[in-house]
Design a protein around this ligand. Structure first.
Ligand SMILES: NC(=O)c1ccc[n+]([C@@H]2O[C@H](COP(=O)([O-])OP(=O)(O)OC[C@H]3O[C@@H](n4cnc5c(N)ncnc54)[C@H](O)[C@@H]3O)[C@@H](O)[C@H]2O)c1
Ligand SMILES: CC(C)(O)[C@@H](O)C(=O)O
Ligand SMILES: [Mg+2]
Ligand SMILES: [Mg+2]
Length: 347
């Protein structure tokens, strides 16, 4: 493992240099990797592993998503199967159904987890909350995770561009003595950049915090608040949207991704610099209690319980559609659709 200094804290990480793809291919040479589920992570991971020369099959129930797998080049009866057939053929079972569906399908999956097979996750959810999910693997299988830090859509896009998302990895159960090596090989195989080690509990707690926080929940909340204030003060939707979202995603965030926010602060107008230096602390002070509340809600498992309970309600999908429609139909995101359609590259 390479020792890297992250802002003063030294961590062990795995890079592609020390664990090259060739090594991953050797470790996984005798494995049949069965990707169960072809939603968001399924396609990204399965296609990347196939293009990386690994022996991959997909297990997906019939329907629209199965048809998408066919459209992506998976061949029924050759490397695309119904879930149970893929479970039977696979030696590494990549459990990439939605976290809710993983609970439902577990009794079926368990039947096919014979001694020496591996169970792979991309989230610590099912195992960490095992009292709630019932996901308790047999003792004679390896259990590990590789969790790409981003959407399956970007995992695939970046791979095609020759780049890679970072992933965390963790071993929960090592029955064969080879779990760690297989885990790292899988993480490299799915197209990751560098890998950092975690455990199932830390992965799920940080992931649930991040997606509810700055990655999605908090950012949507801050967008909505600023947009509303601008609108309430007479600014047009296009002015409010451009000053809240479009400039961030199109101009500033790519620069922040390249160079950091510290660089951004040093490379904007002196006026912006003064204001942004003055205002970041009030925003931090206002939001930190909300982040503390959020982390606590994750830690006490209230978030997991809510997710599991709501997902099992028969009318959940209908209610979800209504909630998603509310966002979609909001003036801010309708303005966003109009703004996106006007980007020069789209016309
Ligand atoms: N979405 C992401 O980009 C992302 C990122 C990192 C980790 N993860 C993790 O990866 C795993 C997969 O997540 P996802 O977002 O790709 O899943 P998803 O919600 O897109 O669903 C994946 C598959 O589950 C199948 N499915 C749903 N209900 C089913 C049922 N009752 N029976 C059989 N199949 C069913 C769907 O057909 C689909 O193919 C989860 O553990 C998730 O937390 C996801
Ligand atoms: C892509 C995310 C938000 O990082 C992932 O954690 C998910 O659950 O979809
Ligand atoms: Mg998540
Ligand atoms: Mg995540």
């Amino acid at each position: 493992m390479a020792k890297i200094n992250f802002g003063g804290v030294v961590e062990d990480v795995v890079t592609r240099e020390e664990f090259p793809l060739e090594k991953a291919r050797q470790v996984l040479a005798d494995e049949t990797i069965a990707v169960i589920g072809y939603g968001v992570q399924g396609p990204g991971q399965a296609l990347n592993m196939k293009d990386n020369g690994l022996n991959v099959i997909v297990g997906q129930r019939k329907g629209k998503t199965y048809d998408k797998a066919v459209a992506d080049g998976w061949v029924p009866g050759v490397n695309l199967f119904e879930i149970e057939e893929a479970l039977q053929k696979g030696t590494i079972i990549c459990y990439l159904l939605s976290d809710a569906a993983q609970i439902e399908m577990w009794p079926t999956v368990k039947k096919y987890l014979t001694a020496g097979k591996s169970l792979y996750f991309s989230h610590g959810f099912g195992i960490t909350y095992k009292e709630k999910t019932g996901i308790i693997p047999p003792a004679d299988v390896d259990v590990f995770l590789a969790a790409p830090k981003g959407s399956g859509t970007s995992l695939r896009r970046l791979f095609v561009e020759g780049k890679g998302l970072n992933s965390s990895f963790a071993v929960y159960q090592d029955a064969t003595g080879k779990a760690r090596e297989k885990c790292i090989a899988m993480a490299i195989g799915v197209g990751s950049g560098y890998l950092f080690e975690t455990d199932f509990y830390k992965e799920v707690t940080s992931d649930l915090t991040g997606e509810r926080g700055t990655l999605m929940g908090a950012i949507q909340g801050i967008f909505a608040a600023q947009y509303e204030v601008l609108r309430e003060n007479g600014h047009s939707p296009s002015e409010a949207f451009n000053e809240t979202v479009e400039e961030l995603t199109q101009s500033l965030m790519p620069l922040v991704a390249e160079n950091g926010m510290d660089w951004m602060y040093a490379n904007c107008s002196t006026t912006a610099q003064r204001g942004a230096l003055d205002w970041w602390r009030p925003f931090k002070e206002a939001t930190k209690p909300v982040f503390e509340k959020l982390y606590n809600s994750v830690k006490t498992q209230a978030e997991a319980a809510r997710s599991i309970d709501l997902n099992s309600k028969p009318d959940y999908r209908v209610k979800l559609e209504a909630e998603l429609a509310e966002l979609h139909d909001s003036e801010m995101w309708r303005a966003g659709a109009a703004v996106r359609s006007l980007r020069p590259e789209r016309s």
